[in-house]
Design a protein. Structure first.
Length: 344
């Protein structure tokens, strides 16, 4: 069939209309999906915009994960009525967050030259930014020392999960007294199993600080094993204490660490334990689900941690459990991410 100029024009016009229709359908579909994802969950938490402070007594401050316009915002609730309380929402968004003594560290997503990037924001008690630092990868862990003077963060520079075979991390510690940044803990001297150690596959993550603003504990990974290490910022060194310890969290009294222990041959990949640092004896906790989190101590007797929410993809709930192995897990906050920090 011979294509006349008129027929060619009609075919071209038809093609343009089809493309326009497909484009419009794609835009509308994307808008519908975004609207659905942004739609608050029926029965979910309620919100009120307001001031969130890290120094307001008896309130929990945490990352809100409920879908809607306040997703990822830092919010606060009264500590005694956390579960059903209206959440006071700030305008600060974080992917990871921790605070102590009026200092917060917030790991955020941002853009640099139009490309996705990440940064660490050091916040004062009113959530104002004091300093900002670019991050080398995807945020994973964040901690502030009990005095508020030290902050630590871990990012994935390769891979996105501790449960995968191939990942690499970078852990940094910041001293806010002189804004001195230790960019990579892998530069520290390592004593492993009683002797000096160095290997290209070393990774650190999950820093937790003691009260002296020098001593810290962390996970060291090498040759497919993990270790609890005790470190000194002043000495720029770490020493191994025990094997099969991940994401330690030091108790307020400084005598124990909560941690996740890899458990083989069970449905749970990790089981939460507490170790006595004097004896290195561990106690398994009553939570039998797999906890992939760095737990937080609400007090000397109670731990809080995040677990994936049932039926809500990409959302966590915060649970608590006694730290001595007794009791049963209890839901503390829905649509939230640990650690909720009780301000003082």
């Amino acid at each position: 069939m011979t294509l006349t100029p008129l027929r060619r024009l009609l075919i071209l016009a038809t093609g343009v209309l089809v493309l326009v229709g497909v484009g419009a359908w794609s835009v509308l579909s994307a808008a519908d999906r975004a609207a659905e994802e942004n739609k608050p969950r029926a029965g979910g938490p309620t919100f009120a915009d307001g001031k969130v402070s890290l120094s307001e007594p008896d309130r929990l401050v945490f990352r809100n994960m409920a879908r809607g316009p306040r997703r990822d915002r830092l919010v606060s609730v009264p500590a005694g009525t956390a579960a059903g309380a209206t959440r006071t929402a700030s305008d600060v968004s974080c992917l990871r967050f921790h605070a102590a003594a009026g200092t917060g560290v917030c790991l955020q997503a941002t853009t640099v030259l139009g490309r996705p990037a990440y940064r660490a924001q050091v916040l004062d008690s009113g959530l104002r930014t004091l300093r900002s630092y670019p991050l080398a990868g995807i945020p994973s862990r964040a901690r502030v020392s009990p005095s508020g003077r030290l902050a630590a963060w871990t990012v994935f520079v390769k891979g996105e999960s501790y449960g995968t075979a191939f990942f690499s991390t970078r852990t940094s510690i910041l001293d806010t007294r002189g804004w001195k940044l230790t960019a990579n803990l892998e530069e520290f001297a390592i004593t492993l199993n009683g002797g000096p150690y160095r290997n290209s596959d070393v990774n650190f993550w999950g820093v937790t600080f003691a009260a002296d603003d020098d001593t810290f504990y962390a996970t060291l990974s090498t040759r497919e094993k993990t270790y609890l290490v005790r470190g000194s910022l002043a000495a720029r060194s770490v020493t191994s204490l025990a094997e099969n310890v991940e994401c330690p969290s030091l108790s307020p009294d400084g005598t124990r660490v909560a941690y996740k222990k890899r458990v083989l041959g069970t449905a749970a990949l990790w089981r939460e334990h507490v170790m006595d640092l004097r004896t290195l004896k561990s106690t398994a906790l009553a939570e039998r689900r797999s906890v992939d989190d760095q737990a937080a101590w609400l007090d000397d007797r109670t731990l809080a941690y995040a677990l994936p929410a049932d039926g809500r993809t990409g959302v966590d709930d915060v649970w608590t459990v006694p730290a001595d192995g007794t009791g049963t897990p209890r839901l503390l906050l829905s649509d939230a991410q640990a650690p909720p920090r009780a301000t003082e």
